[in-house]
Structure formats: structure tokens, C-alpha cells
Design a protein. Structure first.
Length: 593
């Protein structure tokens, strides 16, 4: 309750000066955009209309980076719908409601209310409208900044917690009892510092609790999908129109630090090639991994750690993003946590290296935004295949996954893969078709197919007792791990009787779950400040829970309303002027002006 009281007190204190008159400032250049922000879709639309690729397929990026990207967009060549998106971004940059300023200092709040209702018919099938989609009941982002150099941010909210969001018996997003109240807030928070050296070149240094994404795909990037929540990272980014570098340190859990380098390059504005390398040692901070230009694999650090259960997970990713023609994007992503060369394999049945499985994944697809009148038709098709042991190493401690819990009594453990939420040991495909007129209306359809092996589920962690607060696994617990072999605390090697031949497994393993799901959804804005939305989903699951012949059908329905209080003031002030201008000039001329 202390956290709830502190959050309410902070919100009241910060809200007090916002109704005072005075100087107004646009948003600061070091503002960060989380992976699910609408601005990434808007940037993709503009890039496709100009038949170019930029660095908008990763997150978080700063407002200064977005400004630099907009300089490459020729507004005059955009369609009517493209101009709406272009000006929508500019309007967001310059929005000045609910803020107070003194010289270059700025304080801003952006309150909103969300009311959602849920109905689900089958408890054995996970939500399609999952905990990442569900919005907080009351949402109060607070931003403090100094010009284009410093931005501090925290999202204060009144919300149901992760346990309640995953509970099939949750019917609305209002925290109605203490066990449902989310006291582990804020979830997104950061301090962001940087400088724009020129209009298109600059740098950013940040410490943040914002999910990181690398690659854009409807099923979530197999490299880094932005699904790891509440993990603190420190990062430095250097950006330009031709190349970009990001080095980061992310603390997944105690003694579990993910060190990563990401490098992007563009060729003739049409092709983007990117590389990501990461290491996950289980131990204290290691200075070697802070070298921004060193190949982390060069250290062979898996040979340096003592045989007391410590080891290192390695990761490599490659990303290709291309614009072959106007209104079309092609992408291909490849990730790897283990690859055995032919020279590393032998016939010695006692050598654990001969049992190390390859662990790779491949993802690709096409995305298109076609302008039609004032909106865009969005078509997206993508698919991926992941080996059974992608993200999984010889211990959970150095596997590419984050585990977390909540302060609430009875909270279960939550597991989030570095890549797509469907995890390893999976073959997946999705198709999406939707049409949207920004802040007017939208309608869409999605089909999802999944073939999920037994290593794709979080049960591989829970069955050995590895969760949010247990990391020093006993030999007895590790003996039940899914990897073909484990190293005991005395340095001896033990092989899994069930998974000894795991090196030869192909996805999906065991008794696979076969999932076919469809969803229809839409939204309508009666006013700029009010959004109404709904979604209906139907999922068919064969071999549910990896039990042969166990079939499940689940229907779910979601209805929601969102009120953005920052839009109220603007609409009340300008409503008559806008209506008069539209009557005189028509909608198209308003957009052009």
C-alpha cells in the first residue's frame, strides 16, 4: 500500500502546476518510444510510400532519431493518407497540453483512462488478447526534461497485475481487490541523455526499464521482440543516415546480465543489413563485455568460469530489411545460440560436446501499406521456424529468457523469451489484413498457425523449480533439465536419459500442439479524445497441453473504451475552427496545409 500511496501523491504533486499559463515547449529530443508505440507504424508507412528502409524496425529510438528519419521523407510525394501520418507525427512532437515550463525545463503529464471488458470460454487455452495487450485502467505518464538534451520518464498507473491479466476469470481491467492490484509500478521508466550533433547525426545514452526490440514482425521478432518487461538496461546509441550502433547491458535477473552489440548499415536507402551479438554469463559484472567494438565470442569466456554451475550463453543475429518496390517491405531474420561445426563432432559417447544441439531460428515475411483515400490497407504475412533448443542452454541460468514474479501473495512465475513470445521449438505463420483511417476508424482480420513442441512452454522451467527467486539450482534439479547433458557441481557430466539424443531433435518435439486461431477487430473514434474498440477471437487447439487427442476450442471477446485527456483540451479549443476550415476548403486541403 505504501507504493500506491506514493504513486498517488506523486501524481497529485506533478499535476498541480499543469493548468498554469506560461511558456510552452515541444517534446524533448531524448524522448524514447517503446516498441508498441504507434509511431513505428507511422514511420513504416512513410518509408514504404517512399520505397526506402530506415532504422525504424528497432526500439527504443529517440525523438531526435525520428526527426532525422523524417528529413528523408519528401512530403510532397506522399499520398493523402501519407501526409496525414506525416503531420500526425509532427503534431505529436509539438503537442503542449498538460505541461508546465520554466526556461528549458519541462514537466508534462498525459493522463488517459481505459475501460476494458473480457469474456473467455476455455481456461485451458491462453489468451490471444494477452497481458501485453491489456491496458491499465488509469494511466498517467510523467515526463521531466531539459530541452533536447535530457528526458526523464515514468508511467504511473492504476492497473490489474500480470497474474490477473493471465487469469481466464478476469472480466475487466479495474483492480477490484488487493490480490488483483498491480503494486509493482512503474513498468516503463527511463533517464535519457543525448545530443544531436547535426540534423541527422547524434547520440543517446540511457538507463531504462523499456522493452528492447530488434526487427519488425507480426509474430514478434525472433531476434529480440520487445516482450521482456521490467528489465533494466544501460545503453549507448550512435545514429546517422547510413549506419547506427547500439551497445547495451540488460539485467535480466540477479547475476544474469545480457551484454549486446547491434550494428546497422544501409545500402542505397533500399537495403538494410544488421548484426546483433550478445553474451549472457551467469555471474558478476565482467568488464570485458563492455568493450563496444570487441567480438564477444572472441573471449571464449565459457572456458573461464569455474565448474560450480557457472557458464555463458552466446547469441548471434542477422537482419535483412529491404524495399524492393513502393508500398512493399521484405524482411529476413536469423538467430542462433549454438552451432556445431563438423570438426567439433565425434564418436566419443562420453564427450558432452558430441551432444550439443544446434540452436537456430529463421523468420521472414512481406509487409505492405497501400494508401486508399485517407487511410491505408495493411497486409502482412510472416512465418518462422525455431530449433527446439533456440534460447535454451545447458542451464536455465544462462538461457535467453527472463523470469519474474510479483509482490502479490500467490503470484506465479512469468517467463519471457528474448525473441518471439511463442518461443523455441515452434513453426508459426500469420496473415493480417486491416484498414485504418487514423483517429477515425479501423477494421482488421488476423489468422495465426502454430505448431508448438514441448520445449516451447514455460513448463520446462517450472518442473525443475527454476523461477523468479531461485537461481542456484541443485544437481538434482538440473538432472531433470531438457538439455541433453548437464555439468554437476563437482565438474562431472550427467546425461539426460530422456533427451540424450536431443541433438537430433527437430521442431516440434514430443507431442506437438497444433493451433489455428482467427481474430476480427475494429475501432471507432466518436471524437479525437474517445476511442471505442473490440476484438473477437476463436482458437482451435489439437493435442492441447501436449496430450495426444486432447482438443480444445476457445472463444474470447474484448470490448474497450479509451479517453485521452490531452485531446480534450485541444479539441474544445480548435473544434469550431477545424469544422469551419473543412467546410470551406475540404479535408484534403486541410491535410496539405
Amino acid at each position: 500500500m505504501k507504493r500506491i500511496f506514493f504513486a498517488a501523491l506523486l501524481a497529485c504533486a506533478l499535476a498541480a502546476p499543469f493548468f498554469a499559463k506560461g511558456q510552452k515547449l515541444p517534446r524533448g529530443g531524448q524522448t524514447l518510444f517503446e516498441p508498441r508505440h504507434w509511431i513505428y507504424d507511422a514511420l513504416q508507412i512513410l518509408e514504404e510510400e517512399c520505397a526506402i528502409v530506415q532504422f525504424s524496425d528497432q526500439a527504443p529510438i529517440t525523438l531526435n532519431q525520428v526527426r532525422a528519419m523524417l528529413l528523408e521523407i519528401d512530403e510532397e510525394k506522399l499520398s493523402e493518407a501519407g501526409k496525414i501520418q506525416y503531420n500526425r507525427i509532427l503534431d505529436y512532437f509539438t503537442e503542449t497540453n498538460f505541461e508546465a515550463c520554466a526556461s528549458v525545463f519541462q514537466a508534462r503529464i498525459e493522463p488517459e483512462a481505459n475501460l476494458e471488458f473480457y469474456v473467455k470460454t476455455n481456461k485451458n487455452v491462453p489468451w490471444m488478447y494477452d497481458r501485453y495487450e491489456k491496458r491499465p485502467f488509469l494511466y498517467l505518464p510523467v515526463t521531466l526534461g531539459a530541452g533536447d538534451w535530457v528526458t526523464l520518464f515514468a508511467d504511473i498507473s492504476v492497473s490489474i497485475n500480470k497474474t490477473a491479466k493471465e487469469d481466464p476469470d478476469t472480466f475487466f481491467n479495474i483492480p477490484h481487490s488487493e490480490p488483483t492490484f498491480d503494486v509493482n509500478l512503474p513498468h516503463n521508466a527511463y533517464g535519457s541523455f543525448g545530443y544531436a550533433i547535426t540534423d541527422t547525426v547524434g547520440f543517446n545514452i540511457r538507463v531504462s526499464n523499456i522493452p528492447e526490440a530488434f526487427g519488425r514482425a507480426d509474430t514478434g521478432s525472433i531476434l529480440q521482440s520487445g516482450r521482456i518487461m521490467d528489465a533494466t538496461s544501460a545503453a549507448i546509441s550512435i545514429y546517422s543516415p547510413i549506419a547506427q550502433y547500439t551497445g547495451s547491458l540488460t539485467q535480466l535477473n540477479t547475476k544474469r546480465y545480457l551484454y549486446a552489440h547491434k550494428v546497422d548499415a544501409r545500402i542505397a536507402k533500399k537495403v538494410q543489413i544488421s548484426f546483433m551479438e550478445a553474451a549472457l554469463p551467469y555471474g558478476n559484472l565482467d568488464l570485458r563485455f563492455f568493450n563496444p567494438m570487441m567480438f564477444l565470442h572472441n573471449y571464449t569466456s565459457w572456458l573461464d568460469y569455474t565448474p560450480d554451475g557457472s557458464d555463458v550463453g552466446s547469441y548471434l543475429g542477422i537482419k535483412l530489411n529491404a524495399a524492393p518496390m513502393k508500398c512493399l517491405r521484405f524482411f529476413a531474420l536469423w538467430s542462433m545460440t549454438q552451432f556445431q561445426l563438423p570438426t567439433e563432432l565425434g564418436d566419443d559417447n562420453t564427450d558432452p560436446d558430441n551432444y550439443v544441439p544446434n540452436a537456430m531460428g529463421l523468420q521472414g515475411g512481406l509487409e505492405s501499406y497501400i494508401p486508399i483515400k485517407r487511410g491505408h490497407l495493411h497486409l502482412d504475412i510472416d512465418g518462422y521456424y525455431a530449433n527446439p533448443y533456440l534460447y535454451i542452454n545447458s542451464s536455465p541460468n544462462w538461457s535467453m529468457v527472463k523470469t519474474s514474479g510479483e509482490s502479490n501473495s500467490g503470484s506465479s512465475d512469468f517467463y519471457e523469451w528474448l525473441g518471439t513470445k511463442y518461443g523455441p521449438d515452434t513453426a508459426a505463420a500469420s496473415f493480417r489484413a486491416e484498414y485504418e483511417v487514423p483517429e477515425k476508424w479501423s477494421a482488421g482480420f488476423k489468422y495465426l498457425f502454430l505448431a508448438r513442441g514441448e520445449f516451447s512452454d514455460s513448463g520446462i522451467f517450472t518442473k525443475i523449480g527454476w523461477g523468479s527467486r531461485i537461481f542456484d539450482l541443485s544437481d538434482e534439479a538440473l538432472s531433470g533439465w531438457v538439455y541433453p547433458y548437464i555439468t554437476a557441481s563437482d565438474g562431472s557430466t550427467r546425461f539426460s536419459g530422456r533427451y540424450k539424443n536431443g541433438r537430433h531433435f527437430a521442431a516440434p518435439t514430443g507431442i506437438p500442439e497444433w493451433v489455428n486461431a482467427i481474430a476480427v477487430y475494429g475501432s471507432f473514434w466518436p471524437a479525437r479524445w474517445l476511442k471505442l474498440a473490440g476484438q473477437a477471437s476463436l482458437a482451435f487447439v489439437s493435442n492441447s497441453g501436449h496430450v495426444e487427442g486432447n482438443n480444445d476450442i476457445s472463444f474470447e471477446c474484448v470490448l474497450g473504451a479509451q479517453v485521452k485527456f490531452t485531446k480534450l483540451k485541444k479539441e474544445n479549443k480548435n473544434n469550431k475552427a477545424v469544422e469551419a476550415a473543412e467546410e470551406k476548403h475540404g479535408d484534403t486541403e486541410i491535410v496539405e496545409k
